[in-house]
Design a protein around this ligand. Structure first.
Ligand SMILES: NC(=O)c1ccc[n+]([C@@H]2O[C@H](COP(=O)([O-])OP(=O)(O)OC[C@H]3O[C@@H](n4cnc5c(N)ncnc54)[C@H](OP(=O)(O)O)[C@@H]3O)[C@@H](O)[C@H]2O)c1
Length: 333
């Protein structure tokens, strides 16, 4: 049994906390700790974590709940794995907090880190620490309607890099399987990650800018633009060692869009809530990499510029993005 800490227990983090928990009746969960925002954590301490499934709900109680790494440092919980599930724009701040707390020489001394997040460039943000860092992606869909409560919206596969230790692979596979969820540790993880980025780089900005459900992506008026987005992303991915067939990627985008046509994308949800978006680590990442290789990606640049101008209007000033991650070459003009 591995000790797991979820860093950024929001929608996905709280759910993965459940998936990796040894749940026995009404007893307190001992092997998983949740670290998240104070209001969510306090609600969980008081009333448990409520998880709504299509077939009913569960309520889980955790022995170890923290709202900062300093609280972790004053506890007797020593994680083997830390699964980081913050939004990409919160990653640098989370890392700064971990480093400032001294946990890397204390409770997190022997921990492996797994970044379960969308977008790319996350490892580059996290590689300032010497510990083992691995990446993962998930197609599970979870909502976070209110503090103390999450809702499973869609089942999907979770894929991690194969390189993580065998004991952890075995533990996570068993726990996911026990709860009826699919997990893979893939040797070709980068291809999985790029495929997710291709889909996200189309669906996320288009739905956020048009304020429509995912089905808007199937509009005949967007056909050429979407082909161009994919062509640009695929050319950049090739420089990163991922050779993608443009037509197959297009089919994948259409398939996912058709299956989720009534869904509200995460980027649209962020816009609707007046929050920052993960555009920097999606189309912004493609632009950064394109610049590095002296390539032009004008459609991605246009989507990125539109999204950033919208974020700027929401936050009213450029200086209100203190935690925007540095992902290599700036995408700003
Ligand atoms: N939800 C899904 O269905 C889904 C599916 C696939 C992939 N993903 C990806 O998974 C990642 C997480 O998404 P999510 O939907 O779970 O986001 P989320 O609900 O916003 O969860 C992240 C949580 O971490 C908290 N947090 C951020 N920085 C923190 C810090 N330094 N200390 C303590 N807590 C901190 C956030 O609080 P604040 O809100 O106050 O910052 C938030 O409660 C994203 O990259 C997303 O794209 C999500």
């Amino acid at each position: 049994m591995e000790n797991v800490m979820i860093y950024g227990a929001g929608a996905i983090g709280s759910f993965v906390g459940y998936l990796l928990s040894e749940v026995a009746g009404d007893t307190l969960i001992e092997n998983v700790a949740l670290l998240g925002r104070k209001s969510h954590i306090q609600k969980i301490i008081k009333a448990g974590l409520r998880i709504d499934f299509p077939e009913g709900h569960k309520c889980l109680r955790f022995r170890h709940c923290f709202s900062s790494p300093n609280e972790l440092c004053s506890s007797n919980f020593f994680p083997d794995i830390v699964i980081v599930c913050v939004k990409t724009y919160s990653l640098q701040r989370a890392l700064d907090e971990i480093m400032a707390s001294g946990a890397l020489n204390g409770n997190l001394k022997n921990a492996d880190f797994m970044l379960l997040m969308n977008g790319m460039g996350n490892r580059e943000v996290f590689n300032q620490i010497s510990h083992n860092v691995f990446e993962g992606i998930t197609s599970i869909g979870v909502n976070f309607p209110e503090d103390g409560s999450i809702e499973l919206k869609g089942r999907g596969k979770t894929v991690f890099e194969y390189g993580i230790g065998q004991e952890i692979r075995h533990f996570m596979s068993e726990m996911f399987r026990e709860k009826g969820f699919e997990i893979e540790f893939a040797n070709d993880f980068k291809n999985h990650q790029w495929n997710k980025l291709f889909v996200n780089s189309v669906i996320n900005p288009i739905t956020a800018l048009t304020r429509k459900h995912n089905g808007i992506v199937l509009s005949k008026y967007l056909e050429d633009a979407i082909e161009n987005i994919i062509e640009e992303c695929a050319s950049v991915a090739a420089k990163d060692g991922c050779v993608a067939n443009k037509d197959l990627v297009l089919d994948l985008v259409h398939l996912i869009t058709s299956k989720t046509s009534m869904n509200t994308s995460s980027m649209l949800q962020d816009v609707q809530r007046g929050r920052m978006t993960e555009i920097d680590s999606i189309n912004g990442y493609v632009i950064s990499l394109a610049r590095k290789h002296d390539m032009k990606v004008p459609v991605n640049e246009t989507l990125y510029a539109l999204m950033k101008s919208m974020e700027d209007t929401t936050f009213n000033s450029e200086t209100l993005h203190p935690e925007a991650p540095n992902r290599g070459p700036s995408c700003k003009p």
